[in-house]
Design a protein around this ligand. Structure first.
Ligand code: NAP
Ligand code: MG
Length: 499
């Protein structure tokens, strides 16, 4: 029951969604073992885009077996510079098709096609190339051991090797589908592992299109397997006894379930989880730059960012002027479907997220918070929510404590450096933080005081492919990006030879 295709779709996108999509196992595009499918929706209209093979535990079993065979076959023995060339090629293919991937992403996720084509896809290509560059640099070290209990004339030759883990299970979210798929796949493959990937059920399409590139680039079959499905498929992957590592991005609640499921074979686990990140604006900040950056901090990607700066701490003497300026700027954002290139704020990803965000807004109003702007649904179809700025909030309100994952910010006043650090750290999360000030010493002191894996000064979302990213506290385990990502997908072996 696919609906009439949007005439604005590029031919490659229209062709891709005109047919039902299958899953990638062992280099073959196959139906689910059960024959079942599920629908993926356009969040701007709620209409079905296409149907996708519905992967379950039996499909995860097939995919893990294919990944194991590929691992033991060609992949782990391939020369590093051959793996480098294959991985680099994915970056090139993505770059060549940025408009196609960008439009498919906008269609399935609801995000702005302009941003998807200019940010999500090119950045993904950059991450593929960065990791291609690392393949030939993964090395151990030579160690001179003291061996205090060995006879003095005995000599030794000792060294470390960094080895791949084997088969990795990767579960990615719907907020940045192609980018999160890339953050997971590229370092895992660079380190010599094979993968079973489960895309989010809300947004499976870009990962499935990416799957087509592996064959085109010349990867051996089974190195990358892609099984779309729901939570039960993710649970099967994280509990699987022949999976050596599981990597997950999503909510802290599901992250804890992944940890529990991993205990059967004590597989390695890395987690990139929720956040409620503080964005701290001192009175001496560049006012206009701080307003623009603070709006982007919580409104980018419709607030569906794990790092969203959704607790905005503003120094008391500028609180009223600053929060009003943020509300005014936010209310001017152009809202519309992601496929419209002029759109700045698209719909939330699904009915479920729409209901969830709406209920937080209702709860905030019921608790006594005041919306300077927003607070309602936008339009009458699709999953649009007005950008919402809350003031008059108390630390114990659910809108202050909990991750909302929508275009909603709470603003809290503070007096100085000490009280703001304490207030900012009053959270179970510790993913990111923003700091706005012209005083460089204060910026560095505050950066040291906040409990967060990433701190951005006089900017927000200051990500870079080379900078490690991950959470303090309940925001996760491990660091993705940079060369830290290779650490997540390798293990060290010490070899000591008595000569
Ligand atoms: P979620 O609850 O974290 O779920 C993520 C994925 O894990 C879904 O595919 C889910 O499937 C699956 N899952 C559920 N139970 C599982 C289990 N026991 N083992 C393995 N996988 C399991 O995310 P969501 O439901 O899409 O969104 C809920 C909230 O999570 C959001 O509002 C947001 O706060 C947070 N979130 C955070 C990020 C991030 O980047 N950190 C990304 C997305 C969402 P089912 O949907 O079938 O349960
Ligand atoms: Mg969708």
């Amino acid at each position: 029951m696919t609906t009439t295709l949007d005439p604005a779709l590029l031919p490659a996108v229209a062709d891709f969604v005109a047919a039902d999509r299958t899953m990638l196992i062992g280099g073959q595009w196959v139906d689910a073992a059960s024959g079942r499918t599920f629908a993926t929706h356009d969040p701007a209209t709620g209409q079905v885009i296409t149907n996708v093979a519905h992967g379950e535990a039996a499909d995860i079993d097939r995919a893990v077996a294919a990944a194991r065979a590929a691992y033991e076959g060609p992949w782990s023995r391939m020369r590093p510079n051959e793996r480098e060339r294959l991985i680099w090629r994915i970056g090139d293919l993505l770059s060549e098709r940025a408009d196609v991937f960008g439009q498919l992403e906008a269609l399935d996720n609801g995000k702005s096609v302009s941003i998807a084509s200019a940010v999500d896809v090119p950045w993904s290509a950059d991450v593929w190339r960065y990791n291609a560059g690392l393949v030939t640099k993964i090395s151990g070290s030579s160690v001179t051991p003291s061996m205090p209990f060995a006879p003095p004339e005995q000599q030794f030759h000792a060294y470390t090797r960094r080895e791949s883990l084997g088969v990795c299970g990767q579960i990615v979210p719907w907020n940045f589908p192609i980018l999160m798929t890339t953050w997971k796949l590229a370092p895992a493959l660079a380190a010599g592992n094979t993968v079973v990937l489960k895309p989010a059920e809300q947004t499976p399409l870009s990962a499935l299109m990416l799957g087509e590139l592996f064959e085109e680039a010349g990867f051996p079959p089974g190195v990358v397997n892609i099984v779309p499905g729901y939570g039960d498929a993710g649970a099967a992957l994280s509990a699987h006894m022949d999976v050596d590592k599981v990597a997950f991005t999503g909510s802290t609640e599901v992250g804890k379930k992944i940890v529990q499921a991993s205990t059967g074979n004590l597989k390695k686990v890395s987690l990139e989880l929720g956040g409620k990140s503080p964005n701290i604006v001192y009175a001496d900040a560049d006012f206009d730059a701080a307003v623009a950056g603070s709006v982007a901090a919580w409104m980018f990607n419709h607030g569906q960012c794990c790092v969203a700066g959704t607790r905005m701490f503003v120094q008391r003497e500028i609180f009223d002027d600053f929060t009003q300026a943020v509300a005014d700027a936010a209310s001017q954002a152009k809202i519309g479907p992601g496929l419209d290139p002029a759109t700045e704020l698209g719909p939330l990803v699904s009915q479920e997220q729409f209901d969830r965000v709406s209920s937080y807004i209702q709860q905030g109003l019921a608790d006594g918070a005041r919306a300077l702007t927003g607070g309602k649904r936008w339009g009458t179809e699709g999953y649009f929510v007005e950008p919402t700025v809350f003031v008059d909030v108390k630390p114990e309100f659910s809108i202050v404590e909990e991750e909302i994952f929508g275009p909603v910010v709470v603003a809290l006043p503070f007096d100085g450096e000490e009280d703001v650090a304490q207030a900012a750290n009053n959270s179970i999360y510790g993913l990111a933080a923003g700091i706005w000030t012209k005083d460089i010493s204060k910026a560095h002191r505050t950066a040291a005081a906040v409990q967060a894996g990433s701190v951005w000064v006089n900017q927000y979302n200051g990500f870079d492919t080379a900078l490690p990213f991950g959470g303090f506290k309940q925001s996760g385990w491990g660091r993705e990006l940079g060369d830290s990502a290779i650490d997540l997908y390798t293990q060290t072996k010490s070899v000591n030879v008595a000569l």
